[in-house]
Design a protein around this ligand. Sequence first.
Ligand SMILES: *Cc1c(COP(=O)(O)O)cnc(C)c1O
Length: 400
Amino acid sequence: MQPGFLDHLRDTLGEIEAQGLLKRERQIVSPQSGRITVRGPGGEREMVNLCANNYLGLANHPEIAAAARQALDTRGFGMASVRFICGAQDLHRALEGAIAAYLGKDDAILFAACFDANGGIFEALLGPEDAVISDALNHASIIDGVRLSKARRYRYANPDMDALEAQLRQANADGARFKLIVTDGVFSMDGHVAKLPDICALADRYGATVMVDDCHATGHLGDKGRGTPALTGAGDRVDIVTGTLGKTLGGSMGGFVAAAQPIIDLLRQRARPYLFSNSLAPAVAAGSLKAIELAERADAERAKLQRHTQRFRQGLSDAGFDLLPGQTPIIPVMTHEAVPAQRLAAELDQRGVYVAGFFYPVVPQGRARIRTQMSAALDDADIDFAIAAFADAGKAASVI
Ligand SMILES: *Cc1c(COP(=O)(O)O)cnc(C)c1O
């Protein structure tokens, strides 16, 4: 090792800690659910969980676990190959078919994660003559994927449609061959929904393709959980949907792109995270397939999720917290600075509520928060418990 390198890294870690920005991981020793068992310095205890992306409560669903177990028994543990060499089973194609049918697209392609789907798509589909027009609040994986492509980059402020139009005009003035507008369906830090009908109308006017990353929507928002295109009425005008199997749809791992056939076919030839990374484990593919089947008919869970969202929002608002507005199960409780976010998280921890503080660099400086998320795995008593704990902890942390 070069002398001084580790000391330099220790100094950087020290600076992160001194700024109150150090992230620490806790250990859960139960399945992911509405109530979880957490291991801490004082031993193990049960907590109400408000920070999983387990919107429909499928992460520990017995039917999904059974489907995964059956695949483990009949198809083995791992594939030990990328797809195009010898990593494709019937299960992988069945899952791609199910995703495409669910989202109303010709076909779908699986990746190890949505981070990889977003990381690979732009470079594979666009050249230097083309333009990507990206919302400034888009997920880190979109930002990185756009960086990896040779397309020209344009950025618009969220949720400013005039700014989007100005960038489309600029891309035309620059002579762009093809234009791709890309947006998160739900902005994961703030919890609001993209203005997809307006975006699609601008795409029609300026001749652009529309891509939506619907990781925080597929399975729980819109009719039958078909995501923000269904929720907003933009529907099929959204050309490309990327999503994850690691949130609502069972919560294990894996990502996908669903779109028209030539898009999927070219991604199979060119997307580097697909070509050079291992296939999903059979149990993950089989469990996710079952998750899609369950999500499609989970109207009762979607109604429960919405009821929790409204009650929790109202309860925190009545207690005097500063919430970002929105209609999704993501409810950000603003503290603005990082230190009070950590203090509030610590007070909630003592009261048996499991949350995470978000601060720079995950959100901009001065925009620190506790991001709470509702789940159908929570029951009404959990919501009451969490509201009371927030009211108490908020006073203890001098946030309200
Ligand atoms: C979670 C998330 C991702 C990453 O998905 P993984 O499958 O966990 O890699 C990408 N985009 C958005 C908007 C997300 O919320």
